[in-house]
Design a binder for this molecule. Structure first.
Ligand code: ADP
Length: 508
């Protein structure tokens, strides 16, 4: 049996029993009370939880319509069904008009149980809906408070015409407008006169209408006319497919932008300094090299002096290499990596570098062997490709601990592959990515000199040829650097755009 608590508004005890009997026949276990006057009725309604009220239409000291009025006033939602001894259409109409959920003549209670069932169900649905709405209102309220209290971001709503419809504390702090001053005023207040003249605010909202959302940076105005640099997010809000308005978030990035600009300027200043310094260093170096050549002829007969001169020459060459690296960095950073492709055999370029580096190779005491089963003709910038190899070879000599260095040249599909393998100190796997970055090194300066630029230069050149470079290495197990260059590079890298992004040259 289903439990049911019923409040009977009934002056006749027998009729009350009859009603309860009817419900119990329909499998309800009733807990019930009978009242027949207003005060006990109110006390009962307010003091206990009832599933159902069954009320007699007319009683000497009370009526069901009066009971219904009292129930409404109490604010309780309890299914209310009227019963009446005088079954007449007029009574039924009056009962339903007063707001009863159903009406039954006492002589015909056959449908009563079904009506009770239905009313209980509907009351349950109403209750659940009310609870859900209360919860929603709670969530809304919490969300509103959070938004209201955000101080670092201006968060506000615009209606479909672009007029401000809500305002938070951050918006007041950022723009200087109070809520009562800004509500109902247009978005264009935050735009400069020039931007308003070209209809920027309207065009922006039109674009957001089309795309759904927009993230942009721009200069925005405060109430006092001063400006700030803002990151602005605008989102379209639609309800049932109709434009309802926009949500807007402004974030003040003036400081961030200033720092970025400063940083950019410092980087530019550094690169400019590198270029100038490298050029300045190059001039005396070239003259030194020329003087050493003529000096060499003068000391030919003195082996001791010749030996010392050899050391001097080596040091000068090393200095020259470092200056060249610096010049390369400066050139590459300022987008001047211009390739001059020509058709040549990679084996010849490798041999030419080995020949030029003979003094280095001898000093490092490493044997350098080259395996190249066939000619490898490709279309590359020869000078740059020689730089790739000479940087890899000088690293292999520098970090190779005097052990042999193996160079392999082969063709794989449409690629020319150049591999430089040493058996030296190796590189820990977690450093493999970092060593290709500018000024990054995986060894202490006091053990191995260098700027940490060689591999960065190599990677820039390889990528300009649309090739790839990778390293396989472990500490103590040597390293293998593998360069793959397309034999026929389809398009060489063009000068980069101002922001430093490569312009669209990819033809993969
Ligand atoms: P540099 O040699 O001037 O430091 P590179 O850019 O040529 O600059 O190399 C970056 C770092 O990569 C080096 O400092 C070194 O830690 C590591 N490295 C490069 N080549 C090798 C190699 N063959 N064996 C071991 N470590 C290497």
């Amino acid at each position: 049996m289903k439990p049911l608590s019923v409040l009977l508004v009934e002056d006749n005890a027998d009729d009350a029993e009859l009603l309860i009997h009817e419900l119990e026949r329909a499998n309800y276990r009733c807990h019930w009370r009978r009242v027949d006057r207003p005060e006990p009725f109110l006390r009962a309604v307010e003091g206990e939880a009832w599933d159902l009220i069954l009320a007699d239409f007319s009683m000497p000291r009370f009526s069901s319509i009066a009971a219904l009025e009292l129930l409404k006033k109490s604010g309780r939602d309890i299914p209310f069904i009227m019963v009446s001894g005088s079954a007449g259409e007029e009574t039924a109409v009056a009962a339903m008009r007063a707001g009863a959920q159903d009406f039954f003549p006492k002589g015909n209670l056959r449908r009563l149980a079904a009506a009770v069932e239905r009313e209980l169900r509907e009351a349950r649905v109403r209750k659940e809906r009310l609870e859900a709405m209360a919860e929603l209102r709670g969530v809304e309220e919490r969300y509103r408070r959070i938004v209201e209290n955000v101080r670092e971001y201006a968060i506000f709503m615009l209606d479909s015409k672009g007029l401000v419809a809500s305002w938070n504390r951050g918006a007041e702090r950022l723009t200087g407008y109070r809520e009562d001053e800004i509500l109902g005023r247009p978005l264009e207040l935050f735009y400069s006169e020039q931007e308003r003249a070209v209809d920027k605010p309207k065009l922006t909202l039109d674009a957001v209408c089309q795309s759904g959302s927009q993230l942009a940076e721009g200069c925005r105005l405060r109430r006092d006319g001063s400006s700030f640099w803002a990151e602005c997010t605008l989102d379209r809000i639609q309800v049932d497919g109709e434009l309802f308005g926009f949500s807007a978030i402004f974030h003040d990035i003036t400081e961030k932008k200033r720092l970025l600009d400063d940083l950019r300027q410092s980087v530019n200043a550094r690169d400019e300094f590198l270029t100038i310094a490298a050029h300045e260093l190059k001039t005396p170096l070239t003259s030194m090299e020329l003087h050493m050549q003529s000096f060499k002829r003068l000391v030919l007969s003195d082996p001791k002096a010749a030996k010392k001169l050899e050391v001097l020459e080596h040091q000068a060459r090393r200095l020259g290499q470092l200056v060249n690296d610096l010049l390369d960095v400066a050139r590459i950073t300022s987008n001047r990596i211009e390739l001059q492709p020509e058709r040549f055999d990679l084996r010849e370029a490798v041999q030419a570098v080995i020949y030029r580096m003979t003094p280095w190779i001898e000093r490092a005491n490493s044997a350098v062997s080259v395996s190249s089963p066939e000619p490898l003709i490709g279309c590359w910038d020869r000078g740059r490709v020689e730089t790739i190899f000479s940087n890899l070879l000088s690293n292999a000599l520098k970090y190779g601990e005097g052990k042999p260095v193996e160079v392999a040249i082969r063709k794989e599909g449409g690629l020319g592959v150049l591999e430089v393998r040493d058996s030296g100190i190796g590189v820990p796997p977690q450093e493999h990515e970092r060593i290709f970055q500018r000024f990054e090194r995986a060894v202490p300066v006091r053990h191995y000199g260098g700027f940490g630029l060689g591999l960065w230069i190599v990677r820039q050149i390889v990528e300009a040829h649309q090739g790839t470079i990778r390293v396989r290495s472990h500490p103590g197990e040597g390293s293998v650097f593998t360069v793959e260059l397309p034999l026929e590079a389809r398009a060489f890298q063009e000068p980069r755009t101002e922001e430093g992004n490569a312009s669209a040259t990819t033809t993969h």
